[in-house]
Design a protein around this ligand. Structure first.
Ligand SMILES: [Zn+2]
Ligand SMILES: [Zn+2]
Length: 281
């Protein structure tokens, strides 16, 4: 049976000695043929953690970006710098690079959170598959799919405070946001970046794309950090219906990790950098 190995390469939490944390997210996926990075973190820890874990960034065959923010794309330049003669394929939705991105903090200050300039400059050093378009799903390697754009059917999931301009006039509705899912023997495994388009919206899209297969795992950022109690409660209620066998909230889940642990004591796991698992495909 073919196996896919998943390793958390960058995250806000670390517990193992010798590894580093940052506000960012990156996963390593490999099946013995292809080596895929899903997001790159902000680039402060990617090279260090990869080296410490014995993972060779120069052997990455594919990079998939969940969206265009710095904390998911900031390691791109480093991946390009160590790439071999065959350029890695880069899978992202066009909107990840076509507009500047800003967030408004609680003190009303605006912050540029788009892809860093050195990473934009490195984009021509990746191969851009023709199918990396506005439409999903796209099969990255056998049984591993990028969703493409996420229809935002549940308005209550929409996060505020993100804009396409520094003046905060054009609301960012995340046309670049996508997730990755694995069609494993145990069911569907979902990898979330930040889930800006909504965690439940994303799960409903994947349920349609996968033909309604049971959900084996949800791993990644849920963007529940800072969410009000109503949205957290509605998310928990909807997650109960999906009933994932394993739930690993990471990165931007924030204080809601405690709520999820309480709501799903049997399935919720805490992962730090270097943690991971292997899936039979
Ligand atoms: Zn983001
Ligand atoms: Zn993020």
């Amino acid at each position: 049976m073919r196996q896919v190995k998943l390793i958390l390469l960058a995250n806000n939490l670390v517990r193992r000695p010798g590894l580093l944390a940052e506000h960012g997210l990156a996963f390593w996926l490999e099946d013995g043929v292809r080596r895929v990075l899903f997001d790159t973190g902000q680039g402060l820890v990617l090279c260090h953690n990869a080296a410490a874990l014995g993972l060779k960034l120069g052997q990455v065959t594919d990079v998939v970006l969940s969206h265009g923010h710095y904390d998911h794309t900031g390691g791109l330049a480093q991946v390009a710098a160590v790439a071999g003669a065959v350029p890695p394929r880069l899978w992202m939705l066009p909107a990840a690079t076509t507009a500047p991105r800003f967030s408004r903090h609680r003190d009303a200050s605006m912050h540029d959170i788009g892809m860093p300039a050195p990473c934009r400059d490195a984009l021509p050093r990746f191969a851009r598959p023709v199918s990396s378009s506005d439409h999903g799903p796209v099969e990255i390697m056998p049984g591993v799919f990028a969703t493409g754009p996420v229809p935002q059917l549940h308005a209550w999931e929409i996060t505020s405070g993100f804009f396409l301009d520094a003046a905060g006039k054009q609301v960012d509705d995340f046309p670049d946001d996508q997730a990755l899912w694995l069609d494993t023997a145990a069911g569907v495994v979902v990898l979330l970046g930040c889930a800006h388009a909504g965690c439940i919206n994303t799960l409903e899209l994947i349920r349609r794309q996968s033909g309604g297969r049971p959900l084996a795992a949800i791993v990644g950022g849920t963007h529940l950090g800072g969410a009000d109690a109503v949205r957290v409660a509605r998310t928990v209620a909807a997650l109960r219906e999906f009933a994932p066998a394993m739930l690993v909230p990471l990165h931007c889940t924030g204080d809601a990790v405690g709520v999820l642990k309480h709501a799903f004591p049997a399935s919720c796991r805490a992962w730090g950098v270097g943690d991971g698992t292997t899936f039979d495909m």
